[in-house]
Design a binder for this molecule. Structure first.
Ligand SMILES: Nc1ncnc2c1ncn2[C@@H]1O[C@H](COP(=O)(O)OP(=O)(O)OP(=O)(O)O)[C@@H](O)[C@H]1O
Ligand SMILES: [Mg+2]
Length: 238
């Protein structure tokens, strides 16, 4: 069953079409890779899906419900949570408090929120850092903190925007395993990532966007061998 339907979504910034007639659907439990060159419109699509911008045209249906124009907090309550390409921890708060903020989306109980936050810190491997100030974490730890915070909102779908960006190979491998473990729990995930090896390993299907438009969609093998995709990434001479 389709959990997410993106139907002819366009987003204009003045004369710039950051997204142009993008359509695809996602089945429950799958991992969809979303790739494309810098400036292709990937983050803009996340922003439209999660309510940070209303799409200029088109429809977004989550679990059959039209999401257009819903505010991000409502979108989160409906079970959709995203991380940010530029990580945004509450820098002066502790790690555990940052994750509790996510949990408080579903409960008014600080004690319960703290329990959920501890559980999610264990899932991402940050238990040892629970009382550290978030602003003092390494980039790899901040990325894990973002994932813990969105997991604490108890989502059914996660949108991860370059969660491996800037990480070393060992840290990226940790994130890959984390994404695969989250999939085992039955959550649906959309993942923006520039590391092609990583995206091929984790994705069931991949959507490629270029200059705001959907260039193609297919399984990982089909996508990496497609001449139009190679040209979009490497230029016409390759
Ligand atoms: N709020 C905004 N106002 C004006 N233009 C914007 C805004 N947000 C994005 N854009 C423009 O839309 C285009 C798509 O940007 P977007 O951030 O979605 O690309 P991206 O695929 O996520 O790129 P990257 O891989 O570099 O993160 C770019 O030309 C960008 O400058
Ligand atoms: Mg982006």
């Amino acid at each position: 069953m389709a959990i997410l339907e993106i139907i002819n979504v366009s987003k204009f910034f003045g004369g710039l079409a950051a997204n142009s007639d993008v359509s695809f659907t996602m089945d429950e439990g799958m991992i969809m890779g979303l790739i494309g060159p810098n400036g292709a419109g990937k983050t803009t699509l996340f922003n439209c899906i999660t309510g940070y911008y209303p799409p200029s045209r088109g429809d977004i249906l989550f679990k059959g419900r039209k999401m257009n124009g819903l505010q991000p907090d409502k979108v989160c309550k409906l079970g959709m949570a995203r991380t940010w390409q530029k990580v945004r921890p509450l820098a002066k708060l502790s790690v555990i408090d940052n994750v509790m903020v996510g949990a408080l989306c579903r409960t008014g109980s600080l004690a319960l929120a703290r329990d959920i936050a501890h559980e999610m810190l264990a899932v991402v491997g940050l238990t040892q850092k629970d009382n550290f100030i978030a602003g003092g974490l390494t980039i790899g730890e901040r990325k894990k903190l973002e994932v813990a915070r969105v997991l604490a909102t108890k989502p059914s779908m996660l949108l991860l925007d370059e969660v491996m960006g800037g990480l070393n190979p060992a840290e990226s491998e940790d994130i890959i395993q984390l994404i695969l473990n989250i999939k085992k729990q039955g959550l649906t995930q959309m993942v923006i990532e520039h590391d092609m090896k990583a995206i091929m390993r984790i994705s069931d299907r991949i959507v490629v966007i270029n200059s705001g438009k959907k260039l193609m969609e297919g399984n990982p093998e089909e996508v990496v061998t497609n001449p139009a995709v190679i040209e979009a990434y490497l230029g016409p001479e390759n």
